[in-house]
Design a binder for this molecule. Structure first.
Ligand SMILES: [Zn+2]
Length: 266
């Protein structure tokens, strides 16, 4: 039996899974990756994530929120729509939400407003926040800090930043989500050192599938699509970096995810 792992961020509603979603989920579960937390990235995607979770009670959960790329679609009705979704069984957290100045698909001020509103919703409902930050660290911290005391918990998902970013997030008592980025021999080497500084009770693992296929997966899957079953590979890579047995890292990160999302013990 492989150790249980929780994929805290997987985009299972993505169109690339339309042909074989059930097989992808079955493969992940067979690899010990269960439950999985499906990421909601706008209102439609959040509804789709919830509908998928309802087909797999206990195995799939989801977040609901508006990704910074879609911040322009965040309007006066969005908080109520998210509040309604948050009341449904299987919905665990607000997000993903945050700031992304790398692509700037939505203007920065619009992103900040949508982010603040979603953090307020997380505070109001007592739910953890699933956070996205890219090239916007200072503004991100400036928005999270004043509400951190009211926020139950937050995870900076897909952390790929540097020392300063990590220090600031840990100072804010945020959790850190590590993806297969750490397996990338070109872009991920700094993470192999930095991950050692993440306290054992703040680290969680995610695939961000279908994105971020670990570059050292062999054999390479067709179409280079990432799948939640590869979380075991990410766990092994991180375990090697922090010099722990993979089984221990699996147990620690799984316990963290259960606590973070308020999941029942496995
Ligand atoms: Zn993200």
């Amino acid at each position: 039996m492989p150790p249980t792992l929780i994929d805290i961020g997987t985009n299972l509603t993505h169109g690339s899974f339309d042909r074989d979603r059930a097989e992808v989920i079955a493969r992940a579960r067979a690899a010990g990756v269960t439950p999985m937390v499906v990421t909601g990235s706008d209102i439609n995607a959040s509804h789709a994530a919830l509908a998928l979770c309802e087909e797999y009670p206990g195995a799939l959960y989801c977040t609901v929120g508006m990704h910074p790329h879609h911040a322009q679609a965040f309007d006066a009705g969005t908080p109520a729509a998210l509040r309604e979704l948050l009341a449904r069984p299987g919905v665990l957290a607000v997000g993903e939400c945050g700031l992304d100045y790398f692509r700037n698909f939505s203007p920065a001020d619009v992103q900040r407003a949508a982010f603040k509103a979603q953090l307020a919703l997380a505070c109001e409902t007592g739910r953890p926040a699933f956070l996205h930050q890219r090239d916007a660290h200072q503004d991100f911290v400036a928005i999270v800090r004043p509400c951190r005391n009211q926020l139950a918990a937050g995870v900076v998902h897909c952390f790929a930043g540097g020392e300063t970013e990590l220090r600031d997030y840990l100072e804010l008592d945020l959790h850190i989500g590590i993806t297969g980025w750490i397996c990338d021999e070109r872009r991920g080497t700094h993470l192999r050192e930095l991950v050692k500084r993440i306290p054992a009770d703040r680290l969680m693992l995610e695939t961000d599938a279908p994105y971020l296929l670990p570059r050292d997966i062999r054999p390479r899957p067709a179409h280079h699509r990432n799948e939640p079953m590869y979380l075991a590979h990410i766990c092994e890579t991180v375990a090697a970096c922090v010099a722990k047995p993979a089984t221990q890292l699996a147990a620690e990160t799984t316990a963290n995810a259960r606590r973070f999302f308020g999941l029942p013990p496995g």
